[in-house]
Write a protein that binds this ligand. Sequence first.
Ligand SMILES: Nc1ncnc2c1ncn2[C@@H]1O[C@H](COP(=O)(O)OP(=O)(O)OP(=O)(O)O)[C@@H](O)[C@H]1O
Length: 599
Amino acid sequence: MSRRGRGSAPAAGPVQRPPAGALRRTLGVIRPHTGGARLLAGGGLLAVLVEVAARLLEPWPVSWVVDGVIPAVTGQGVPPGTTQLLVGAGVAVLVVAGMRAGAAYLSTVAFALVGARVTTRLRAHLHERLLGAPLTFHETARSGDLVQRVVGDVGRVQEVAVTAGLPLFANVLTVVGMVVVVLVLDPLLALVVVAVLPLLVLSGRTSAKRITGASRSQRTQEGAMAGDAGEAFAAVRTVQAYGLVDHLSARLRGNDAKGLADGVRTKRLTAGLERRTDVVVGAATAVVLVMGGWRVLQGAITPGELVVFLTYLKTAFKPLRDLAKHTGRIAKAAASGERIADALDEAVPERDRSWARPLRRTPGRSLAVDVEGLVVGHPGRTPVLRGADLRIRAGETVALVGASGAGKSTLLQVLLRFLEPQDGTVRVDGHDVTAVTRESLRAATAVVLQDSVLLQGTLADNVRLGRLDATDAEVEDALRRAGLGSLLDVLPEGLATSVAERGATLSGGQRQRVAVARALLRDPALVLLDEPTTGLDARSAAEVLGSLLELSRGRTTLLVTHDPALLHHVDRVVALEDGRLVERPRPAAPVAAAQEVGR
Ligand SMILES: Nc1ncnc2c1ncn2[C@@H]1O[C@H](COP(=O)(O)OP(=O)(O)OP(=O)(O)O)[C@@H](O)[C@H]1O
């Protein structure tokens, strides 16, 4: 990933983007996924309002008691109805406490549910978008960093939205409510409280900017680290064989240290903000205490009302201190939200042309392929194919040979629409590939690559990736046709045998045949094979060859290979030379073929 450091160039130091922008982008990312959770959010909001009202009512029974008992304390006798007042105050405290507890519980549950629903949708959307992104995107992105965004960053946004966003919202409402009540009681005293607020907002804003910057940098480091770790685990055999464990661990430690430094900076900034808030609020309390006492002496307010003032200030203390704490956490979540927004912005799905139509195919019928004057290259590079022509009749098998880097795999990428022709045309069954939908073209095609990837799951699950609705019988038939019948017979759990991640528990040849079984299940009209036997020993290669012949029989097949043994079995051989395709005689014997390919 490029622009804002998809792990490659971590953004460090001062902030490049104001937190308001980061926060706005985060909210923009969340908003489309809130549909359906709005009713629940509305209920949660109502509960928050009730909780805020309870918080505002809380000190009033105390005020009644203070004002009620003062005459007795000052020797003016016990006013009538004092007992009822005391009992009433006690009941009121109980009612308000119950109201507050119930409302707080309901709002927490409601917002936790909203958070979970929205997050599930956002995560699924991000995952789908990234998985469907063009290969050019994935060529520069690091998979570990993308995983970090899908799992870690989305999780952090959710966690903070529920545990900080909600309290922050309730706290802001509480402070506003308190200011209103205090204004009604004594505008002069209220002025002191109101004067403090802009100070707090200003200091919060500046700190939030810095915290977002440090958090963003920390998250980028974490993404880079996830990228490093993901690559290392994926290549664990090479890492151990080359004795690279210490080297790669040291690299991870280096990245970790940089990330931790940013983490400490974030903590320092947050702690600074919280302590500044303490001092400002403490100063405001001192002023209210002095001025409040003076106003009571003047008779402007009652002692009970002064108690309300002071209780409000004490109660406001907590929201304000929390406000500082939550500002920091929200700034961190905004940094995560930005990373999600960046990924969504950059992983723009490839759109089919507006006139593109699905490729219609009749089951069992193959498709002819016509390549005419094809010019194509990788983004930012000079074209690899420069005027290539090729015609493959329906059902024909053509081998494509050529030196390493000649552009053989590039041609397959064009046939799969991973790359767009810069000039010339590629037709499948007479239709220009750019005028058919990618989905239908790929649905008609099966691919077997040099190193077939298996996913965690059972053997059947892995074959079924070729066609998700295939029955067990169809899966078994495909495996047997791919030459894995004897393996299936000796496996105690048969189709239900677990396959380790990336197929580590199968041999290279078996993995390739599972991939062929997967392709067979698709009943493809076009088969693309990219060096399917490379890296296998002679015996495994011969076994895989058998399954490949079964797959290509009667199907239009383009086979990229360096393996002379495969060339006997094809109808024609074409070679890629200087960006063009030239017909070659089909070798008569493996030795001759080897010489031919090795030219
Ligand atoms: N994603 C990419 N981005 C930029 N250049 C690329 C990319 N993939 C391949 N290339 C370049 O395009 C050229 C053709 O590559 P391609 O993989 O098609 O060759 P090939 O004939 O299949 O080679 P091999 O037999 O070694 O697999 C090479 O010079 C390669 O460096």
